[in-house]
Design a protein around this ligand. Sequence first.
Ligand code: ZN
Length: 480
Amino acid sequence: MLSKLSLVLCNTLIWFLLNGSLFAQTKCTADLGDNAGPKQLDSINLLSGSYIQNINTHLVEDLENIDSPYEKEIKESYEKRVEKLSSLSSKGHFFYDADLLNKINEIGDRLIAANDIKNKDRINWVLNRTGNPNASCVGEGTLIINLGLISNLHNLEQLAFVMAHELGHYHLDHVNKKIEETYEFLNSEELQKKIENASNDKEMAAEELLEMLDEKSLSISKHSRDHEVETDKLGFEFYTKAGFPADQAVEALKVLKHIDKGKYPSANFSEIFGDLDQVWKPTWTKTRLSGLSLVKPDEAEIEKYRTHPETTVRIEQLLELGGIEKEASINQEWCQMAMTIDLEILEYSYWIGDKFDSFVFATQLFELNQQNEFVNNILANCLADFVIAKEEHTFSNIVPFPNIKMSDHHFDGATFLDNINFSALKKIALAWIEKNVNFDNDSLEAINALAIKMQIINKNLGEEDLNKFTTKWPDSHYLK
Ligand SMILES: [Zn+2]
């Protein structure tokens, strides 16, 4: 019963993360050079090593200082989160680029120097390679900023506000308090009694238990909304005390308000792929949703479980606290950096195997610069992957059906891939690869991977080529 409830909650959360807004935001785009690509960082990174050492040292201290009747459980969750962070770091999910980390640490140091923040010597700013535009406080000193967030913001000051907000969570110890509260609830006599009754197969008791859990998750959402408002208030104080401009805190929240919509508009698929195929059908980009996927979730029901307050409420609070509204101020140098971060995000997305997302994002980036070699190669790989997946009947594992809950650009991409038939897709993929890929540049992993895929598609795969294939690209399963 517990898992069923949390599933419902999760779906709800995912839904409103994807729920786009109707307003366009001011553009922060720059020129994507033809040869610009992701940085080739060392896989065994010294920065990762010292980070892992650091958090493990803090863990030892934390385990010694737990003062709670649920010591055993809390100990376990402290250990687990450090284990998880260590594993993410050593497996390459964090972005250890010294230039960007220096920038982040400079902002962090400025905020910390101007404010009295608890346990400030433990703070580690970590960059997560995902495109998901978010930041988070882990609780033991790690504060995570996703590349997707940096890419969407318009200047350094906006990032400083988001970082100040996360410092607020850390200073107020929200995460550790929540862990303790959760164990208190799980061990409470009332809950134990209800579980016991329900397991004795009494229908009423089961219903009561569900009701209690529902009430609990409601109060968690409410509690967490209150936390957000409280954290904004403290974050704004940290931010202004460090001398950052009040208007960019408000601007940062305005960007967050529209962030689900994505940074770029949907790509025009008929323009990108149309001239590769003489039999291009306009219906390939037409919506044909089934009735089921058109059912919209109930807004009021979603609102109940929202863990974050409406951004409008947060903006209003900032204005009351002295925040100022100002026209968007876009920093060109920042936007240029954000474009190179987009290439990092694209590489990461493909590397973790999210081919649909990679395809959609690459088509958006392609429209900004049709000559960029890296974007072209990723698109080529995605198209080849889709052809192979159709042949292997695994297409639906990697490409979702179009669904009204998707953002516009995902919806358009899914619609195109859902409508187009196998032979047309294959024709487009091969024509794309012939037109846009330079196989002479075989020092690139993307090209090596693609060379193998071409042989799979053309069914003439030789032993020699198999050995050339590098396993960094997550396509090695084709070779089994
Ligand atoms: Zn927050």
